[in-house]
Structure formats: structure tokens, C-alpha cells
Ligand binder design. Structure first.
Ligand SMILES: Cc1ncc(COP(=O)(O)O)c(C=O)c1O
Length: 313
């Protein structure tokens, strides 16, 4: 499947053509995975393209860089501006935006500090990450035999490329066994997250999600879901989720920028609830997508309209 990319790429403050956004194989990132990145959606709205929670994603990128002692040459405001301009110069109405900060060509030892820091931002057209039917009907998933990265190994609060080697093991095993996605447990055997999504469990109208200490990425959609659930009078508690709580839940869903809100209809071939998306999942999905696509009032200021100054956010 080819990437449906937009032609202009932002590189260290300049726009370059997609074809020129290349790097040398001796770059530090290739051998050692030295890259922090983001995934952000720009939605088509009646007021033109709008980037969902732009500032929060830019901040998380800055946080990821800080954890890895990577001195980002751009402020959070600069990154917001760059992403907004990128959408503008590409005349994009909707996009998935991928900023990457990595160590380039300089030295081939493990110590990254002698290598230059490169910042790129790409964007492309991306449909429904887990399949067109996923959001409507839900997906069949498994619990992975791979654990999520343990504390004091790779920090899960940083969105680092290296973490996605673990994600790839989870994803490949799931697909090889006929599932759409895998849920990883953390090093204690409790629920952590999907290979690229956070997870929520609903039972008797109570919603829980694993806390950050269970090796989860501090998802921005996760945060949006917590806010929207509170609005619906269903406060979310961040608490440890044992594996078996998944099987006896009324509803379980994944959330993330790519996956948005995706219901899970079975886990390890055990049917969840009635085997179709439940009312809480549906309501949260509808609320989130209504705000993101500009159909509902953006009362939390989550949309950064591309054709307005960034400061208006
Ligand atoms: C491992 C992992 N967890 C959770 C998420 C969800 O995070 P967000 O909602 O910020 O996209 C992602 C997606 O970036 C992810 O890769």
C-alpha cells in the first residue's frame, strides 16, 4: 500500500519536496532508534482544516525530547506554527501529521550526543487505522504474549520510535493469529495498552483505564475521553486493570489519534458484552468525532484552525 503523501515536508525550518526527505543509513537513528515523534490528526471541518489538540501534541513531543536529553531547537509554539504552515502549503483539508526529531549523521557509537538533531514534519492522507468497519462494528483482538516495556527499561511517557519495536511484536503476533490488534499487559501482568492505542473498560456504567504507571503512553485521546466521560456524568478512574476484567466488561474500547475510538467486540475470542459497540463507547465516539470534525461546539479549545493564527487556539 503506497503512502498517500502531501508533497511538502518541513525540515529544520524549511519546506522540501517529499522525495528529498531522505537520510544517510549511517545516521544514529538507523542503528539505535534515536527518534521521538508524534502522530496528530488534522480534520476537515466546515471552517476549513483544523488540527486536533495541536498544542498538546507539540508539548508531548517536547516532553519526549527532554526525557531523552534531546535539545529541541524549536519551541512548542514554533512546532505549532510549523505544523499549521505545513497543512497550509500542502493545501490539505485533512491529514495525519508526523513530526520526527532524531539524531542524524555524525558518530556511530551508542552515545547519541555527538550527532546532529534533525527535525522533520511529514503529512499524508490516512483513513481509518484499524479498518473502515472498525469504528462502526468493533474489532476482534487478543491479549499479547509480549509484555509492554517495563519501567526502568524504556520510558513509556516518551513517544520514542524504539518503543515501537515492542509494538511491532504485539501487532505482528496479533495479525499472525487472525486478530486486528493486540493488548499488552505490563510487567506485573496487568493491562497496559494496545500496540498503538490506550484502552478503556466499562462495567456497570463505571469507566476505568490503566494509570500511567502501567507503562502506558499519556495519550491525548485518552485525556479527551476522560474529559468527555466526565461531561456525560461518567467519571473515569485511573486504576490497575487485571486481565480478566477485560473479559467480564460490558464494553471495552481502544482510543488514539489513529484509532480514534474503536470498540472491541471480542478479546481472545471471548465476546465482550453483547458483541457489538455498547452505548458508552458509541456516545463517547460520537462526541469526540463531532468536536473533531467541527460539528459540535469546541468548548475545550481542542481545534487549531489552520486558516487562523495559532494564537487563537
Ligand atoms: C503505544 C500508544 N499508546 C497510546 C496511543 C494513543 O495516544 P494519542 O491519543 O495521543 O494518539 C498511541 C498513539 O500515539 C500509541 O502509539
Amino acid at each position: 500500500m503506497a503512502i498517500d503523501y502531501y508533497e511538502n515536508v518541513w525540515h529544520n525550518g524549511k519546506f522540501i519536496p517529499w522525495e528529498e526527505a531522505t537520510l544517510h543509513v549511517a545516521s544514529h537513528v538507523v542503528s539505535y532508534g534515536t527518534c521521538l515523534f508524534e502522530g496528530i490528526r488534522c480534520y476537515e471541518t466546515p471552517q476549513g482544516p483544523a488540527i486536533f489538540r495541536l498544542k498538546d501534541h507539540a508539548q508531548r513531543l517536547a516532553d519526549s525530547c527532554k526525557i531523552y536529553r534531546m535539545e529541541l531547537a524549536y519551541s512548542v509554539a514554533d512546532l505549532q506554527q510549523a505544523m499549521t504552515e505545513l497543512i497550509r502549503v500542502n493545501h490539505a483539508q485533512h491529514a495525519y501529521i508526523r513530526p520526527l526529531v532524531f539524531r542524524g549523521l555524525g558518530d556511530l557509537g551508542v552515545n547519541p550526543l555527538k550527532n546532529p538533531i534533525e527535525t522533520y514534519i511529514l503529512c499524508w492522507r490516512w483513513g481509518k487505522y484499524l479498518g473502515d468497519e472498525a469504528l462502526k462494528n468493533g474489532i476482534d483482538v487478543c491479549v499479547s504474549s509480549w509484555n509492554r516495556i517495563a519501567p526502568n527499561t524504556l520510558p513509556s511517557m516518551a513517544k520514542a520510535a524504539a518503543n515501537y519495536m515492542n509494538s511491532q511484536l504485539i501487532k505482528m503476533e496479533a495479525v499472525a493469529n487472525g486478530y486486528v490488534e493486540g493488548i499488552a499487559l505490563d510487567h506485573t501482568g496487568n493491562v497496559s495498552e494496545g500496540s498503538g492505542e490506550n484502552i478503556f473498560v466499562v462495567r456497570n456504567n463505571r469507566i476505568v483505564t490503566p494509570p500511567l504507571a502501567n507503562s502506558v503512553l499519556p495519550g491525548i485521546t485518552r485525556d479527551s475521553v476522560i474529559t468527555l466521560a466526565e461531561e456525560l456524568g461518567l467519571p473515569v478512574s485511573e486504576q490497575v486493570v487485571p486481565r480478566e476484567a477485560l473479559y467480564i466488561a460490558d464494553e471495552v474500547f481502544f482510543c488514539g489519534t489513529a484509532a480514534e475510538i474503536t470498540p472491541l467486540r471480542s478479546i481472545d475470542r471471548i465476546v465482550i458484552g453483547k458483541g457489538r459497540p455498547g452505548p458508552v463507547t458509541r456516545e463517547l465516539q460520537e462526541r469526540l468525532l463531532a468536536i473533531a470534525s467541527g460539528r459540535a461546539e469546541d468548548k475545550y479549545g481542542w481545534l487549531a484552525y489552520v486558516h487562523q493564527p495559532v494564537a487563537a487556539r
